[in-house]
Design a protein around this ligand. Structure first.
Ligand code: NAD
Ligand code: DAU
Length: 372
């Protein structure tokens, strides 16, 4: 099987590449990634030594690049992770979100369709090669924001509220249109907030870890009561793999593990977990950017409430019944274990953090958070 994994140098895409390499022997993975600020070759450096993987630097919007991949390799599955993924950046500069997330998706669909069509069926619809599929990696944010109760199901009306989620919704709709109009074999997965290794430190959990290690303030938007439904990234990868292999054509599958937490709880838990790990294992103190034996300054006084995100969605929560009942998916990593594993990974991989934040990150941080 040949997979085209777009965005495979980003957080979830890279974890998915590692997941595939571990699980399957007889595969080929073509990674297409434009290496934006969020993509880093270092994340998949070791994987690239494996002969099963080929890296192509390029934009998913570029028809020539995508076409060349399809001409060179017999692509069975397109898994589209490539996207502009950060809500705060979409508030500052929406346009690139529409370009990458919507037009890039449409370009991938178009070229895959062209290469996968074998003829026409009796009703005049395109007929496709056997064993091909386009999977769009989407998000629970397309459903909008919940109040205190209820869950997003696949039937929940789409109601995106940020430029990011509007662009992801636009992408979902064009994927659905290719399924409905051209009968292209597609699936859409909509997952809740991921956490784990290789998460870029502009997102809440890795940003908080980084700031603690640097002795900086921990910026909590608004009053910290917003709720996100956290899932360990490997469990998301497992869900995508199950949908690729067993999802019914044209269907949407929500992925989430019933793990709702207020942002302030996440920040407090990250603080206490880091402190425990540093106390348990003095080796980890090498990750601290502040000199000295005393770590009593690692406490809740670092928390700073800052101006709220514009249009900040209050609560996300996924109902995963469909993927559980149809495909047998369930989350394997409990949050209490996953968060410790994640923090340990950051303590042990400061080189990676330094590498990915050496570029335009400092400018972004200054613009978003000032001198804190
Ligand atoms: P990320 O920002 O870490 O990675 C995105 C990757 O896409 C990067 O490697 C980047 O270089 C690449 N990319 C961006 N624009 C590109 C373009 N035009 N052409 C080719 N490559 C391009 O994102 P992530 O957190 O790994 O998210 C991956 C996907 O999963 C996104 O589609 C996102 O919407 C979705 N998603 C993310 C989460 C989450 O919690 N992070 C949850 C649900 C869904
Ligand atoms: O729900 C899935 C989505 O999760 C994905 O589609 C997105 O690609 C992904 O970025 C993520 O979006 P969020 O906006 O939920 O993630 P983020 O880590 O940016 O923020 C999580 C919560 O923490 C949110 O309520 C805003 C808050 N926050 C975030 C940052 C960066 C803070 O309070 N302070 C911060 O500094």
């Amino acid at each position: 099987m040949t997979y085209l994994v777009t965005g495979g140098a980003g957080f979830i895409g890279a974890n998915f590449v590692k997941y595939l390499l571990k699980k399957y022997n007889d595969i080929r993975i073509v990674v297409l990634d434009d290496l934006t600020y969020a993509g880093n070759l270092g994340t998949i450096k070791k994987d690239l030594e494996d002969s099963r993987i080929i890296f192509v630097k390029g934009n998913i919007k570029d028809a020539a690049v995508v076409n060349e991949i399809f001409e060179k390799y017999p692509v069975n599955y397109v898994i589209n992770f490539a996207a502009e993924s950060h809500v705060d950046r979409s508030i500052e500069n929406p346009q690139i979100f529409l370009e990458t997330n919507i037009l890039g998706t449409q370009n991938l669909l178009d070229i895959a369709k062209k290469h996968w069509i074998t003829g026409k069926d009796e009703k005049g619809y395109p007929a496709y090669k056997k064993g091909v599929k386009y999977l769009q990696v989407s998000t629970d944010e397309v459903y909008g924001s919940l109040g205190e109760t209820g869950f997003f199901t696949e039937e929940t009306p789409l109601d995106p509220r940020s430029p990011y989620s509007a662009s992801k919704t636009g992408a979902d709709l064009i994927v659905k249109a290719y399924g409905d109009t051209y009968k292209m074999p597609i699936n859409i997965t909509r997952c809740s907030n991921n956490y784990g290794p290789y998460h870029f430190p502009e997102k809440l959990i890795p940003l908080i870890i980084k700031n603690i290690l640097e002795g900086k303030q921990l910026p909590v938007y608004g009053d910290g009561s917003n709720v996100r439904d956290w899932l360990y990234v490997e469990d998301h990868c497992k869900g995508i793999d199950m949908v690729v292999c067993g999802g019914r054509d044209g269907e949407v599958y929500n992925i989430g593990g019933h793990n709702e937490k207020k942002n302030i709880e996440i920040v407090r838990l990250t603080l206490s977990t880091i402190k425990n790990l540093l106390e348990e294992n003095p080796e980890y103190r090498k990750a601290l950017k502040k000199e000295g034996e005393d770590i009593s300054w690692i406490n809740e006084s670092l928390i700073t409430y800052v101006t709220d995100r514009l249009g900040h969605d209050q609560r996300y929560a996924i109902d995963p019944t469909k993927i559980t009942e149809e495909l047998g998916w369930y989350p394997e990593t409990k949050f209490e274990e996953g968060i410790v594993k994640t923090i340990r990974w950051y303590l042990e991989n400061q080189d990676w953090v330094e590498e990915v934040t050496s570029g335009d990150y400092q400018k972004y941080y200054q613009q978003m958070y000032g001198n804190r």
